[in-house]
Design a protein around this ligand. Structure first.
Ligand code: SAM
Length: 261
């Protein structure tokens, strides 16, 4: 599918992550899980070094956007593709003294082990962690008030199936927030592309000791639908009031949508 000017994405074409060697959505999913499992030991360090710590601001800003839900004591919140849990912890911190139930879900056991270990050193009440595939969530329909995902949605093997699954587990009127990388325009974009495509894969490979994942990262961002197309996909999956807010010149951005009642 062409990236530019797409209004009605075709329902028959699967659009999603496709790491090297993937032949279909199942093998793509497996390759993504193996990739994140292989970098789990160094994932946090690499995240902070490669983003110059701006990732912390992005998680915090995303959590702040949903303070109206996080302040409800009985709200149920799911952070998908939670990895080592930094987005989940940002949601927990934003909730402050109110006590919504917050769950982080990921399909990489190694990433979740790190999230769990970080819970023990956290002073706030800990989120719950669950090993689950975002495309086949082990939750009933209409179970959550908010579903978030930070830098994880882009790795799904089928974006439309991912959006439909998020919509399924949200209650009517529930909201979703997808934080992910974008491609900035202009001079900033040109400089950023040099960093993202030339510098980041090399530094990532050296620090992680694993070759593939940090070459996959810029490729996966390039494959990800641009904002207009992503917003249309969200509408098609049953979301209303969809918006995209660029963060830091559009290097990242937050997609929001409300499940129709
Ligand atoms: C780039 S990390 C993001 C982690 C965390 N949210 C953050 O902001 O640092 C992407 C995570 O998505 C997870 N992931 C990718 N596809 C998934 C799927 N289909 N189901 C569950 N988790 C998935 C990976 O295992 C990985 O931990």
């Amino acid at each position: 599918m062409s990236r530019a000017g797409v209004q009605e994405p075709s329902k028959s074409t699967v659009v999603g992550a496709s790491p090297e060697g993937a032949r279909d959505p199942n093998s793509a999913s497996r390759a993504v899980r193996e990739m994140f499992t292989s970098i789990a030991p160094r994932y946090d360090l690499l995240n902070h070094v490669l983003s110059f710590n701006i990732d912390r601001l992005w998680w915090r800003r995303t959590a702040r956007s949903f303070r109206h839900i996080l302040s409800r004591p009985h709200a149920r919140i799911l952070d998908l593709c939670c990895g080592t849990g930094d987005m989940t912890f940002a949601l927990r911190r934003q909730a402050g003294k109110s006590s919504p139930q917050i769950l982080g879900a990921d399909f990489s056991h190694a990433m979740l082990q790190r999230a769990t270990a970080k819970s023990f050193s956290s002073s706030n009440s800990s989120p719950g962690w669950i090993e689950a595939d975002a495309l086949r969530l082990p939750f009933p329909s209409a179970d959550f008030d908010l579903v978030t995902s930070a830098f994880g949605f882009r790795n799904l093997a089928d974006y439309d199936a991912g959006l439909r699954e998020i919509a399924r587990v949200l209650r009517p009127g529930g909201e979703c927030g997808i934080l992910d990388f974008g491609e900035p325009d202009g001079m900033m974009g040109a400089l950023y592309r040099i960093y993202f495509k030339q510098v980041l894969p090399r530094v990532g490979t050296i620090i992680s000791g694993v070759r593939g994942p940090y070459a996959y990262l810029p490729e996966s961002v390039e494959r990800f639908p641009p904002p207009e197309e992503m917003l249309q996909r969200m509408r098609n999956a049953g979301f209303d009031e969809v918006t995209w807010t660029p963060y830091t010149f559009g290097i990242a951005g937050l997609y929001r949508g409300k499940k129709l009642t």
